[in-house]
Design a protein. Structure first.
Length: 346
């Protein structure tokens, strides 16, 4: 265990530069006293670790020192070949770099680990897009990714449901969800986001620049950018903004905003199997609170659905395998839709 910890400490210093003892202790989940002992052990083994004193001090490796890639376990080495999917890397313009990095890594690994990595590549494949759905064409993705990385303002022409708009954005991050790329960004110009946002693609996020009006972060579907330009202006990332935390919160808020109605539904055994596939997390939650089955195996659930015609269309997918019991207006709307279909096909 200590050998693994010493290697982790060494790689932290190599990858991140100067780090304080408390920071290292937090990363390694040990005490500060243990960090001092481990640093001393590294020095005794010939690793040039230098201690800088003062408020801006900490431990660092002597300039120019780097260790070889050693100490990987078989699980760690294999996981590197699952860390990214070739399709998304190619979309970002990094396909050749990913291939070269994997070749270099494989060449550096001992024979046993290299063989395991090859077997993992042969047995596991990551396919990001959802079934029966082509990925969006994203001709501007590489340029957007470069702007994200370089913190450069994007001048964009974006297609909304209500029409195309021109916007200047601070690109804060990219997210790949279900095979679709999304840009998380903040309006560079305060008045650019005054119009209502669209529920499916653009979701208003929490303010990220206290004291400034109209500083909301929003999500944009990359496939809807008609044109982008990077004039060269840089921006400062909002202090405290975390991409993963924003995405998790915005996804939760989107579901809460769209699934505002609860339908009381009877489900056949077959509909119970289909519900998670067609209604996602809402279907899973509904089944978790289902009542006991009746003599025919049907169960009653409370299912969160969208309002109006969207809910009617979604529930019609279950066909005769489900019966909506309420609310009355939703049941009536389904009855009207079924009657109209019956008349059309009679």
């Amino acid at each position: 265990m200590r050998a693994d910890r010493l290697l982790s400490l060494l790689l932290l210093l190599q990858n991140r530069g100067r780090m304080t003892a408390p920071d290292l202790a937090a990363e390694l989940e040990v005490s500060v006293r243990t960090v001092y002992r481990d640093v001393e052990a590294l020095g005794a083994s010939g690793i040039p670790v230098h201690a800088d004193r003062g408020p801006a001090g900490g431990f660092r490796l002597v300039d120019g020192y780097r260790t070889r890639l050693t100490g990987l376990t078989d699980v760690q080495a294999g996981s590197l070949f699952l860390a990214g999917a070739p399709g998304p890397a190619r979309d970002l313009g990094l396909g050749a770099d990913l291939t070269a990095a994997q070749l270099k890594l494989e060449a550096a690994l001992p024979a046993q680990l290299a063989d395991r990595a090859r077997r993992i590549q042969q047995r596991f494949h990551l396919d990001a897009p959802a079934w029966f759905r082509d990925a969006d064409p994203v001709p501007h993705l590489a340029q957007i990714a470069e702007a994200v990385w370089e913190q450069r303002i994007l001048k964009t022409h974006y297609r909304r449901w209500t029409g195309a708009v021109h916007r200047a954005l601070w690109p804060l991050g990219l997210v790949l969800k279900g095979g679709i790329w999304y840009l998380v960004a903040r309006a560079a110009e305060p008045d650019a986001e005054d119009q209502p946002v669209e529920t499916e693609v653009e979701v208003e996020g929490p303010p990220t620049a206290p004291g400034k009006a109209d500083s909301a972060v929003r999500t944009y579907r990359v496939g809807r950018f008609l044109a982008v330009d990077t004039p060269g202006e840089r921006f400062e990332r909002p202090e405290g903004f975390e991409l993963a935390a924003y995405w998790e919160e915005s996804a939760r808020r989107l579901e809460a905003a769209t699934r505002r109605q609860t339908a009381v539904v009877r489900l056949s055994p077959r509909a119970r199997r289909l519900l998670p596939m067609w209604f996602g997390a809402a279907g899973v939650r509904a089944l978790a609170t289902a009542g006991p089955p009746d003599a025919e195996g049907w169960v009653g659930v409370e299912l969160a659905v969208e309002s109006g015609s969207v809910a009617v269309g979604d529930l019609l997918r279950l066909g005769a395998e489900a019966e909506v019991l309420g609310p009355p207006e939703l049941r009536g709307a389904l009855a009207d839709a079924v009657a109209e279909l019956a008349g059309r096909y009679r």
